[in-house]
Design a protein around this ligand. Structure first.
Ligand SMILES: C[S@@+](CC[C@H](N)C(=O)[O-])C[C@H]1O[C@@H](n2cnc3c(N)ncnc32)[C@H](O)[C@@H]1O
Length: 158
């Protein structure tokens, strides 16, 4: 059976917890982004992540799902160099900001993925490979509560 059809059958009512809005970058921003992504970005694919290889060392791995603009994750990574941090976010300005900060602060213990966290958790994270998982939602408001509820349910039950 063709793969597209299989996906449709397996996920007949595919729900997303986010909407991706694209913005424009200047050529300079684009170049900086490419360089920083090469150093600190992790491509989403079907491969299970090997954290030891990814961080070039063995240490507890802390995952932050949906890190927004990344303040909490950047602070944790700077304060706890003994841990490795992985952040997953779909919002490009947040990913760009974190990449720029990692590069500026030379944080070797923080990597980011720009993808749907539900898919990454399903396909790329080995069981029992994470020490802590954070999912912070600091913004009150009915819309964000609904979207956050969708994301939490998808993570818990998918
Ligand atoms: C209300 S914001 C919270 C951001 C941050 N955690 C905070 O507390 O400030 C929700 C975030 O979840 C992200 N998000 C929603 N669904 C997601 C998904 N499936 N995978 C990754 N990020 C997601 C959105 O892009 C957005 O940045």
């Amino acid at each position: 059976m063709d793969k597209e059809l299989v996906n449709k059958v397996e996920h007949p009512h595919a729900i997303k917890s986010f909407v991706v809005r694209s913005g424009r970058m200047t050529p300079g921003q684009e170049k900086a982004y490419e360089e920083q992504w090469g150093d600190y970005g992790v491509d989403a694919d079907e491969q299970v992540l090997d954290f030891e290889l990814l961080f070039a060392r063995q240490a507890p791995v802390i995952l932050e799902i949906a890190f927004g603009m990344g303040d909490s994750m950047l602070e944790m990574a700077a304060r706890h160099p003994e841990n490795n941090y992985l952040g997953i976010e779909v919002h490009k300005p947040g990913v760009d900001r974190v990449l720029a900060n990692i590069s500026e602060q030379l944080l070797s213990n923080l990597k980011v993925m720009k993808f749907d966290a539900v898919e990454v958790l399903k396909k790329q994270i080995k069981d029992n490979s994470l020490t802590v998982v954070y999912l912070f939602f600091l913004i009150p408001g009915i819309k964000s509560v609904i979207k956050n509820g969708v994301l939490c349910r998808m993570i818990l039950f998918n």
